[in-house]
Design a protein around this ligand. Sequence first.
Ligand code: SF4
Ligand code: SF4
Length: 322
Amino acid sequence: MFGFYKKSPAARKNYSDCSGCSLCLLVCPVWRKSRDVSLTPHGHAKALQNGISIAEVAASVKNCTLCMACEPVCPENIDIIGMILGLRRQQVLWERPPGRDRACRGQEAAPTDTSSTMLLPDQALHAHPNILARVAALLEISISEDDGADISLALESGATIAERRLQRFLDPLRKPKKIIVADGLLLRYLKQWLPDANTIGLGEALSGHVAVRRGLRATDLYMIEPRAYHTDYQRTVKHYDRLRADHGCAFNLDLQRIVIPATARNLPQRLGLAASNDEGQAHWALHGRNISRIVVESLEDLAAFENVSDVPVMHLAEVVQG
Ligand code: SF4
Ligand code: SF4
């Protein structure tokens, strides 16, 4: 199984190459919940191969949570996320609803210290200023004035990103030594837009910090954020294997070392247009485990577990003592 993962991004294929093997179903949270193959990459690919119109798969592509778990297991190396986002763009499924799109913070501002490490927070971190301040102090990093939240939402919803806006976002990011990105979808695209930049996800950055590692316990359930993890799977799997070897904590990984998401929010839920339904996923992640604490990389997971668990739930930045 692990042989699947030695794949080149340059050789990515499209839905016409889908063999119908169904491996993507095994890791897909939408499949786990719905048991409806039409809502999976397999279903999208077969529908398009059989001449179904793009409009007819509209309802199903919007249900994808973009957890990216299906890509590492696909033996055909299909660019599944690119396909799904492309279909959303063609369908113009979700124009950004007025008032739902948080205004971008200080779009004109550029980082002043271009030699530093820069943090791009996500909306959840902005909503928890204490944790954001803790993260910044711990990693000794500057917080970017422009977090690209509007760009991430446009990517996810299929809306157009104006070239000028994209360049205004990217220009200040060309010089920092390292860019730490809390939003896993934005991380994926930054790796494409700025291939020479040193970009990593926030969870990996924090879990690589000595004080955070010291704070982890063998009885923790450590919840990896799936988007950043699957974006750079071949490298991150080694990082978390080392973390498990050093600290013995349990992870939300399956036997193929694919992340099992605790939250399964589709686009309408992320836009606040439908109620989230994370309880089932969170219960499922806890089933059969004997743990004393839940440590999460994503603040979305923090909220999901606090609703269903009796053990303490904390963000990774909060495990540091003192
Ligand atoms: S990205 Fe996640 S939710 Fe979407 S099809 Fe792949 S596994 Fe399913
Ligand atoms: S894993 Fe890939 S090849 Fe197999 S059904 Fe899914 S998309 Fe098609």
